[in-house]
Structure formats: C-alpha cells, structure tokens
Design a protein around this ligand. Sequence first.
Ligand code: SF4
Length: 222
Amino acid sequence: MQQLSEKIVPKFYHLIKNQTCVSLILDSSQPGVQAMSNSQLTPGVVPGRLTTEVYAVNFSDVAPPLDHHEARVAADRCYFCYDAPCVTACPTSIDIPLFIRQISTGTPDAAAMTIFNQNILGGICARVCPTENLCEGSCVREAAEGKPVQIGALQRYATDHLMDQGSHPFKRAAPTAKRVAVVGAGPAGLSAAHRLAVKGHEVTLFDARQGGRAQRIRNRDL
Ligand code: SF4
C-alpha cells in the first residue's frame, strides 16, 4: 500500500494541483499512511498537521522537471530559428536555439554552459522567469499553434543536469590584485560579482539592510 501511494499520489496530485491549486490530505487511518503528530483541529500554529508524505507532495514542484526522454522530445520541437524571437525576448539574451540544440544532441552539460556563460542565475531563472510573457510568449510555435517550445523547462533540465554533479562549472583566474566593490546584492549585483571574480578580481559585495546599514559579503562567499 505504501509503495502504491508513493507512486500514485504524486501523479494524481499533480493532475489536480495543476488544475485547481488544492492541497492533498490523506486519511492517516488508512494502512501505509503515516500518522500525524497533530490534527487539523489542533489550536495554534503547530507542525505535523499532515503526514510527512503529504507535506512532501504539497511542497513539490507545481511544474515537475522534465526527465531525459521528455527533454529530448521537447527539444525536438524547436525550429532553431534564425534571428530567433525567443532570444530577442530574453532579458539576458541567452542563445536559446543553441542550448536547445545541445540538449537534442545529448549534451545537456554544454547546454548548461551556454546558459551560465550568459546568465549565471540561469537555473533560478528557469524556475521563476515569466516565460509565458518572454521567450515562450515570443516562440514561433506559440504564434502558430498556441503551444510554445518549453524553453523554461528545458533550461531547468540543462542547468539541473550540470549542477546535480556537485562541481562548480567556473574557476577563478589568477589574482589580478584589483579590488572591486559591487553595491547591491540583487541579481545584477550577484551576476557582476561572479563575472569579476571569475576574471580574478577581489570582489566585495555590499547590500543595504534594515536601518540603512550595509552588509558586507566577503569575496570567499561568492
Ligand atoms: S522561437 Fe521557438 S522554435 Fe524558434 S528558436 Fe526559439 S524556441 Fe525554437
């Protein structure tokens, strides 16, 4: 029963969550379903109102990652357009047809480097970018068929594939003895700090915090 619920629940849950944004609650009196330490009616803010299994499902991705086969199929839908409108629409100008081609030819790590060389935050952007208004909204297959190439999901597939290997894809150049202050630890500041550090400069990143104080983030944190 437990094995069955591990397989069936996530699939069933994604079906209903994608359509209705509801949460799933399992009956802990059923065999194979772990008991909860608190009930739905326990007063106050307490943990354990749901089973561990249900917490895992409820906090899983709304858009699940593509597996290898799904990624190859999704990549094969790309026309590799010359003057690709998806690239024009991307604020970071990632070479989208190139990284999709690299996925379709079975080199997802090369695809990840195409992305990271242009946007070191490409793994995060793959999850949070409003792709329906940017690259996917401009995809020629969206205009023709109302179904764009899944650029965001493919970007996530490639970057996850590389990051899951646990090594950092960039190395620092020899120290230049130059020091650079970067003000603001938003995406632009972090990206600039990363690129400067890769070139061997000593970078200090400052970010405003509550009360107007500045928080110094050390170079070794980058
Ligand atoms: S616009 Fe669509 S089909 Fe054309 S290169 Fe971009 S993702 Fe591929």
